[in-house]
Ligand binder design. Structure first.
Ligand SMILES: [Zn+2]
Length: 151
């Protein structure tokens, strides 16, 4: 079965598909994709059979680090990543919410020890009522992903 792509094919790089509509722009920002030299093609609010609408991001000649993939999972746990080589999908995997994230976000609690000590922040993740909550390993406070991601 051949699925027609809604955004122009790329020769080499990564396609993040099935991003919930509205999250694509956050991902661009969060991963600082626009600051890199990679060419980026985006599709926002595209019709999607299973989701109603979706965003899609295509990044040329770039692969994602594990850290970036983890951040991606936070914003778009239902997304799929397609690794493209010579116009073919050579690898395809679904995002999975990691159990914990290290060094990716700042703790929103200004009294947290992570602001004064040279330690990497460390959050434990869990899903709660459709939201993702991050619990700081150090101050043990829990935050919604939207609060953590906005810092
Ligand atoms: Zn903390």
């Amino acid at each position: 079965m051949r699925k027609k792509l809604q955004v122009e094919a790329i020769c080499q790089g990564t396609v993040i598909d099935h991003i919930p509509a509205g999250q694509g722009i956050k991902i661009l920002d969060r991963l600082r994709l626009l600051d890199s030299n990679a060419s980026i093609t985006v599709g926002f609010n595209l019709p999607s059979k299973d989701q109603g609408h979706k965003d899609i991001i295509k990044v040329t000649s770039r692969k994602f680090t594990e850290q970036e993939a983890n951040q991606l999972a936070l914003f778009a746990p239902s997304a799929t990543i397609n690794v493209i080589d010579n116009y073919e999908v050579v690898d395809k995997f679904k995002m999975a919410l990691p159990e914990s994230l290290q060094g990716a976000f700042t703790c929103p609690n200004s009294n947290c020890i992570t602001h004064n000590e040279p330690v990497d922040t460390h959050f434990y993740l869990r899903e709660h009522n459709g939201d993702v909550r991050l619990k700081c390993k150090y101050c043990e406070k829990s935050f919604s992903k939207d609060i953590v991601a906005e810092l």
